[in-house]
Design a protein around this ligand. Structure first.
Ligand code: M6R
Length: 608
């Protein structure tokens, strides 16, 4: 996820671009840049680091003359966050310049075709391909070049484009990445999101998929991909600027919960090709996969919970023994890592001190490390042998939601690949799993749509002192995450138990009215967990059950039911976690707490 802006008008462009980018920094902040046309030349300033670096380099934009320009704040996806990989990107002649939000999925193929025509690439980005592709198709008509390039690009993009030969125009185009444009009192403006333009206009045009915009200081024209002109109506925006940065949500956490269908889809889509799991870029050969004797999964907090889930999947599906460790424990013992061990480190930030130390320890012992990381170019990503990037985009709320969901997807894909290569699942079974995975975003969306019901339930428990979560197998792993979500943002004590362990001590805590949340997504374990529900019910607990639509066994013992759509049994966590995230969110909200910044916590734990 990145932020783009563009301006053409009577005023100096660069200060307007920097102001807009500052309001889009929540979309990415690892590098930034602007390009402005002036006096027959396109001038570009870009750098890794926060936007303030570019602001300092340009005296807050004042040193860049010119009244037409584009800008970008980056969340690296292809290529680490370096100066060269920062946007904008030029064609070789520096006559076309582009900023991009999105991912060009077929960029490798396009890059090799263009290289075959002699194009040289400076960066590792997918975006540079766009600049060269436009150059390839440009024969004096920008609209033609854009339309032709769009027909070749697969994936998602919102683009701002300047052609040096057409300095009175600014072009924008969109497919599956957000883009809005608007007329200001002195020009035209484009951006990824509303906050960037609220200071300049409140009447915006939402650009739809495969639409092109040609802007000038005084006009705005819209075209479809066949260059046929379109009529569009503006929409008036009433939001205040702060609310706009959160897309109208009161807290980032709810925004991020809502972004999960897209984040999940962005994580698996590029890795599924012709009904197989494609991890070619990870450099993990089939032979190496067949030779894995053990997986050792290491992480902290929620990332560790995805590891706990993954254990059941790697073992159940791929038949590989798995050990799951907390990074803070792993680093201070002498873990036995036999030959053939693949160590999997999971981290959203890629900077968690304990996880990084665990990675270094494993590498010192000569063990290969695969990292599942969200932040491109982070320390863990740089030091791991293999990196599987999740595509959650920047996560701002301390309580992770979308990054957690994307980590699950990464595990599913790896387990499916390992199982298939090791002959544990057939082509047909793999195909069935892939189609179940493709249905996950829609099902997550359905569950998010039931948020009002969860909010009503949450409001009854604002004063709870203790909450108990329980489940078996994958449902135990889901319980761990449900419990952490609740305690970290609501300050209500809660714990998760493997349901069979209750009677070994915990059940003494259950009293009249205690809230117990039981997770039952694994059919073969329904009956066992139902008998644990009966045990806590007979101590007068109030039991909320999260289970599959088809499970009617729990209805007679539960006090409150939450149903999740049917899915492959290994994917159940992706659905069951949604009502638990919402429950934690609404309890915290109902208590009037700062949901995004809970006390004593930090988003990235870079110290021990
Ligand atoms: O950045 P990481 O994924 O390495 O962070 C690990 C934990 O600190 C993190 O998951 C933490 O538990 C979250 N706040 C949970 O919501």
């Amino acid at each position: 996820m990145c932020g783009i802006v563009g301006y053409i008008g009577e005023k100096q462009a660069a200060p307007i671009l920097l102001d807009g980018l500052a309001r889009l920094e929540y979309r990415g902040y690892d590098s930034a840049g602007v390009a402005v046309y002036h006096d027959g030349k396109i001038e570009m300033v870009k750098a890794s680091g926060r936007l303030s670096v570019v602001a300092d380099m340009t005296d807050n934009g004042k040193s860049l003359k010119g009244t037409v320009g584009i800008g970008h704040t980056r969340w690296a996806t292809h290529g680490s966050p370096t100066d060269v990989n920062a946007h904008p990107h030029f064609n070789e002649k520096e006559s076309i310049v582009v900023v991009h939000n999105g991912i060009i999925e077929n960029f490798q193929r396009l890059k090799s075709i263009l290289m075959g025509y002699g194009y040289a690439f400076l960066s590792d980005t997918d975006t540079e391909v766009i600049a060269h592709l436009l150059d390839f198709y440009y024969k004096g008509n920008p609209l033609d070049a854009i339309s032709k390039a769009m027909q070749r690009m697969e994936g998602s993009y919102a683009l701002g484009i300047i052609f040096k030969e057409f300095p009175d125009n600014l072009f924008a185009v969109r497919k599956d990445s957000p883009l809005i444009v608007g007329k200001t009192s002195d020009g035209s403006i484009l951006a990824s999101d509303v906050p960037a333009i609220l200071n300049y206009t409140r009447d915006v045009y939402y650009i739809e998929n495969e639409e092109i915009v040609r802007m000038s200081a005084s006009s705005m024209e819209f075209f479809n991909i066949d260059e046929k002109e379109l009529i569009k109506e503006p929409v008036h925006i009433n939001w205040d600027a702060d609310a706009a940065e959160k897309g109208g949500y009161e807290f980032f956490m709810l925004k991020e919960i809502n972004e999960q269908p897209k984040a999940v889809s962005d994580t698996f889509s590029p890795r599924i090709k012709n009904d197989i799991v494609d991890i070619e870029d990870l450099n993990l050969s089939d032979e190496e996969i067949r030779n894995i004797n053990k997986l050792h999964v290491v992480a902290c907090g929620s990332a560790w919970h995805t590891g706990m889930t993954a254990k059941y999947i790697y073992e159940g599906l791929a038949g590989i023994p798995v050990e799951v460790d907390l990074a803070s424990e792993f680093r201070y013992r002498d873990p036995i890592l036999p030959e053939g061990t693949l160590l999997i480190i999971i981290s959203q930030s890629g900077e968690t001190a304990d996880s990084l130390a665990a990675l270094r320890l494993a590498k010192k012992k000569g063990i290969k490390v695969l990292a599942i990381v969200n932040v491109v170019g982070s320390s863990i990503a740089r030091e791991a042998d293999i990196v599987f990037y999740t595509m959650a985009g920047p996560e701002i709320a301390v309580a992770t939601t979308k990054a957690y969901s994307c980590q699950l997807i990464a595990h599913y894909l790896l387990a499916m690949k390992f199982a298939h290569v090791r002959g544990k699942i057939s082509d047909v079974e793999l195909k069935e799993m892939i189609s179940a995975m493709r249905e996950l975003p829609g099902k997550i969306n359905t569950l998010i749509g039931e948020k009002e019901r969860i909010q009503r339930f949450a409001n009854r428990y604002l004063a709870a002192k203790d909450v108990f979560f329980m489940g078996r197998g994958i449902d135990y792993a889901i319980s761990l995450e449900g419990s952490l979500k609740l305690k970290e943002i609501s300050y209500i004590h809660s714990d998760a138990y493997a349901a069979g362990e209750l009677k070994h001590g915990t059940i003494s805590l259950i009293e009249d009215g205690s809230l117990v949340i039981a997770i039952l997504t694994q059919k073969d374990l329904y009956a066992k967990t139902v008998s644990n529900i009966v045990e806590v019910k007979s101590r007068k607990a109030f039991v909320m059950v999260v289970t599959n639509e088809s499970n009617k066994e729990a209805e007679s013992v539960a006090d409150y039911m939450v149903y999740i759509p049917e899915t492959n049994k290994y994917f159940a966590n992706s659905l069951a976690i949604i009502p638990l995230q919402l429950l934690a969110y609404y309890i915290s909200l109902g208590k009037g707490l700062d949901v995004d910044k809970p006390r004593n916590l930090a988003k990235s734990v870079t110290v021990e």
